[in-house]
Ligand binder design. Structure first.
Ligand code: SAM
Length: 271
């Protein structure tokens, strides 16, 4: 199978999330981001739900709670580390209506057309080819069903934009991973390009904790579309890290509120 993702090999994404799996759900903004998507989608009893790129199962668990035992949730992810955490969380939550599958969420031939009433993807599309994924989800969507995804608004989080502007001093031009879907119009167009009729788009602000920024450098250098950082020499990388960390610390003194608030988009469409 060929895995199509802008600049990330499947292996790189898997490894990234295998490494992040143990601490992923400790960040309250990850939890809120996933649970808010489910809240807005408002799943009802007996729905068949796909949680694409389920990670540690945050949205899958919220969806299974919302439907009650009559609903069926399938969580799909490529990272076995994230799925292990999801499995633990499902057992802890005593839920029996979630199935987990390790697979590429943008290619699920094991499911027939119209298998799901609701397809959710929280913070996952930036790692995939958007069009391939949305087309696959349109195939899997039952008539009258709903597809919903979340994305950061273009230019957010601000700490990542600061990182990319500092990267330019070291000759690196890094793409904003939020750019592809990061406006209301682009979400709308992405649905139309995949044959899905856009319905509503909700724009909100999501708050990070101050402690999340302690890991900003690590998160950025391993983030999607930031692979070129690996081409720097160790000396350049050290200087870049020092410059960025100093700039971030200085900015926090005057702009803490702005740095901790990220604009996010929840987009929905159907058949
Ligand atoms: C930022 S995490 C989001 C996890 C979860 N949806 C949440 O909101 O907490 C992104 C997840 O996408 C998964 N992922 C990336 N590309 C994927 C693909 N093509 N198929 C399935 N999962 C993928 C990663 O392994 C990771 O668990």
């Amino acid at each position: 199978m060929i895995f199509v993702a802008a600049s990330n090999s499947r292996y790189r994404v898997e490894t990234l999330f295998d490494t992040r799996a143990t601490t992923y759900s400790n960040h309250s903004w990850h939890v809120r981001y996933a649970e808010r998507l489910v809240e807005l989608a408002a799943p009802t009893s007996e729905m068949r739900i796909l949680d694409a790129a389920t990670g540690t199962g945050l949205a899958a668990i919220a969806a299974a709670r919302a439907t009650g035992p009559a609903g069926q949730v399938v969580g799909v992810d490529i990272s076995s580390g994230m799925l292990t955490r999801a499995r633990d969380a499902i057992v802890k939550a005593k839920l029996v209506n979630i199935e987990l599958i390790r697979a590429d969420a943008a290619a699920l031939p094991q499911f027939e057309e119209g298998s799901f009433d609701l397809i959710l993807c929280s913070a996952g599309l930036l790692y995939m080819s958007v069009n391939a994924a949305l087309r696959e989800w349109r195939r899997l969507l039952a008539p009258g069903g709903l597809v919903g995804f979340s994305t950061m608004r273009e230019g957010f989080p601000l700490a990542a934009t600061l990182f990319r502007s500092h990267a330019r001093r070291y000759g690196l031009t890094l793409t904003d991973p939020s750019a592809a879907l990061g406006t209301r119009r682009r979400c709308h167009q992405a649905f139309l390009d995949a044959g899905i009729i856009p319905s509503n788009v909700v724009e909100e602000s999501l708050r990070f904790a101050l402690g999340d920024l302690e890991h900003a450098w690590e998160a950025h250098i391993r983030g999607p579309h930031h692979d070129a950082v690996a081409t720097l020499t160790p000396t350049q990388k050290q200087a870049f890290q020092r410059d960025y960390t100093t700039a971030l610390t200085n900015l926090l003194r005057t702009e803490e509120d702005n740095l901790l608030a990220s604009k996010v988009i929840y987009a929905f469409g159907g058949g």
